[in-house]
Write a protein that binds this ligand. Structure first.
Ligand code: ARG
Length: 592
């Protein structure tokens, strides 16, 4: 037996164990071999945890061929088909079978990665083929400042897109901006009042938040203004040209602000805002009505779903449409018109129920397919170091641009200190560019390296620390690695060229441990594409970097008899680390 083309080692080992189980216990049907990576590396590479369950199942049917789980394990180990991957299988007292894979295989994998300069993605068939995926993320609101919550959505959403793109899916990055809704009534009315000649003399509003606050104050304080604002919304929705013009102006100002943040973060998005779906709402509602899902509640059209204490309001009692209406029309459009297979929404956890209700309604209406997926990735709030909601010292919400600037400024200072101390030899220009990459990378990593559902405490000191699980530590480790490869090349050992020679890359236990870790890359990517947890990429990158540090601490690379082998391993590690940085949207440096 040998692995099929693009079958991962884990898949192949699982297949071997499934066959061994079939042979050892033929009376049992479809036993899951429960194959996992060994938790303790000295036991082996993969373990089969099925023997205990099989022992019980056999006993349950009165079969007493085996007198202990250990005997089941031994029979499974004996029945493994001869194959090209496993070199040994041993049975633990509790019955688990630990298997070790061939060093030559690990070495071949690393040589190929070093030579090709690419870490292999999981096979597309692992997902049942290429999928059309729409990721709805970032999605700030017009005329309001993008806040740290939008930052989280932008960063997490971007990584999810990058992972899906790496796997070869057809990914649509959609910015569902809040460019519609009742707030535009007061904004437009305020524009007409405050800047009556806005067409001939367009105001240079850079800070729409102040404009928004003033409009809101007028709205709250002045009844006549409030009434006018309500009429303006109706006029806007009816397509009044003057209202439309002001609306477009407001959207444009905000759009420029958003674009500045995206440019810095290196994130691309296609804007398809709420307004896009406005004309589709009546049809979507009538489909829900036809499916018998709607109820009239005091003149409003609502959808009640089991287990939820409130309904979706698809049409308000005054006939207007709101957030729920838009999302219903959007989900219908995405599934039925665009033919999207998976839709992923990235917002704060507070909106989880809203989305789950939309998913249920879509399913009940028959818009979903059995192969499709609708997912909400929710995240917790960003807190200051005091554990309270993240605010500036004066109590204002933190502007994203300022936050990114601050991270870069601090990083620049710390790099300058390193230069002064003789720890690095970057020129002033290089310091500036490195500070930007590391500063932005640090903000992203701080967000991505934990489970999205946890609240996280924003701390510049922590995220810019050179030690521990931070972007700074990882980027420094990678730069160190790159410098080893460069030095070897200066000594006449080119990693890529050396990789074409058949060689034993796993003679030392630290080499083997690192090589094995590198083979896990595609499995990690596959799991992120399945469960949308970018933290897995971070954990993996950190693990690789720790294994690398252990390796270089114990094994001399340069001037060693096995220099060529070790440099190839360094290069393969570099390729895998860079692939991880790319997935996280973090720019790496070859030199710090
Ligand atoms: N604009 C919303 C907010 O700031 C997020 C929109 C998320 N996407 C959606 N389809 N509802 O909270």
């Amino acid at each position: 037996w040998s692995p099929a083309q693009d079958e991962s080692t884990l898949e192949f080992v699982t297949r071997l164990f499934a066959e061994a189980i079939k042979r050892a216990a033929p009376s049992l049907k479809d036993q899951d071999p429960v194959v996992q990576r060994c938790a303790i590396a000295s036991f082996g590479d993969f373990q089969c945890n099925a023997p205990m369950g099989i022992f019980k199942a056999l006993k349950g049917q009165g079969d007493t061929s085996y007198n202990s789980p250990r005997a089941v394990g031994a029979a499974i180990a004996d029945n493994l088909p001869p194959n090209s991957v496993l070199v040994s299988a041993s049975v633990a007292p509790a019955g688990f079978v630990n298997a070790k894979i061939d060093n030559a295989l690990l070495g071949d994998f690393c040589r190929e990665v070093a030579q090709k300069g690419k870490a292999p993605p999981p096979p597309i068939k692992a997902f049942g083929g290429k999928r059309k995926v729409l990721v709805d993320f970032s999605s700030p609101n017009i005329a309001k400042e993008m806040h740290v919550g939008h930052l989280r959505s932008t960063i997490i959403g971007d990584t999810i897109c990058r992972v899906l793109e790496y796997c070869g899916h057809d990914v649509h990055r959609i910015n569902h901006v809040g460019d519609w809704g009742t707030q535009f009534g007061m904004l437009i009315s305020h524009m007409e009042e405050a800047y009556p000649d806005f067409t001939s003399n367009p105001p240079n509003i850079t800070d729409l938040t102040v404009f928004y606050k003033n409009a809101k104050k007028r709205f709250d304080d002045d009844e006549a203004f409030k009434k006018k604002s309500r009429e303006t919304v109706v006029a806007l929705q009816a397509g009044d040209p003057r209202c439309r013009e002001i609306w477009a102006l407001l959207c444009d100002i905000s759009r420029k602000e958003f674009a500045r943040v995206y440019k810095r973060l290196g994130v691309t998005l296609e804007e398809v805002g709420e307004s896009h779906y406005n004309s589709m709402i009546p049809n979507a509602i009538s489909l829900l009505e036809k499916a018998g899902l709607t109820t009239d509640s005091d003149g409003a059209t609502t959808v009640f779903l089991e287990g939820h204490s409130f309904p979706l309001i698809v049409k308000k009692s005054d006939g207007g449409f709101g957030y729920d209406s838009t999302d219903i029309a959007a989900i219908h459009h995405r599934l039925k018109t665009l033919g999207v297979d998976w839709v992923v929404y990235v917002t704060d956890l507070g909106q989880a129920e809203h989305f789950h209700m939309c998913f249920e309604a879509a399913e009940k209406a028959g818009w979903t397919s059995s192969e499709g997926r609708l997912c909400h990735v929710g995240f917790g709030v960003v807190q200051g170091e005091d554990g309270k909601r993240f605010k500036t010292r004066s109590g204002e919400t933190v502007r994203l641009v300022d936050l990114l600037d601050e991270s870069v400024t601090r990083m620049e200072k710390s790099l300058k200190d390193r230069v002064a101390e003789g720890k690095c030899a970057l020129s002033p220009d290089e310091v500036k560019s490195a500070a930007e990459k590391i500063g932005y990378g640090a903000v992203k990593y701080a967000d991505l390296h934990q489970h999205p559902a946890t609240n996280y405490k924003f701390s510049y000191d922590k995220m810019l620390s050179t030690s521990g699980n931070t972007a700074v530590y990882l980027l420094f480790a990678h730069a160190r690695l790159a410098s080893i490869v460069r030095k070897a090349s200066a000594k006449g050992v080119d990693a890529k060229k050396a990789a074409s020679n058949k060689m034993d890359l796993c003679a030392h236990p630290k080499e083997r441990a690192l090589a094995f870790e590198l083979t896990q890359f595609s499995g990690v990517v596959a799991s992120v594409a399945e469960e949308f947890l970018p933290v897995r990429v971070c954990d993996y990158l950190y693990k690789v970097s720790c294994k690398f540090t252990e390796f270089v601490t114990e094994c001399k690379v340069l001037d060693d008899a096995r220099m060529a082998e070790r440099v190839v391993l360094c290069e393969a590690t570099g390729v895998v680390m860079r692939a991880c940085f790319d997935l996280l949207g973090i720019e790496y440096l070859m030199q710090i």
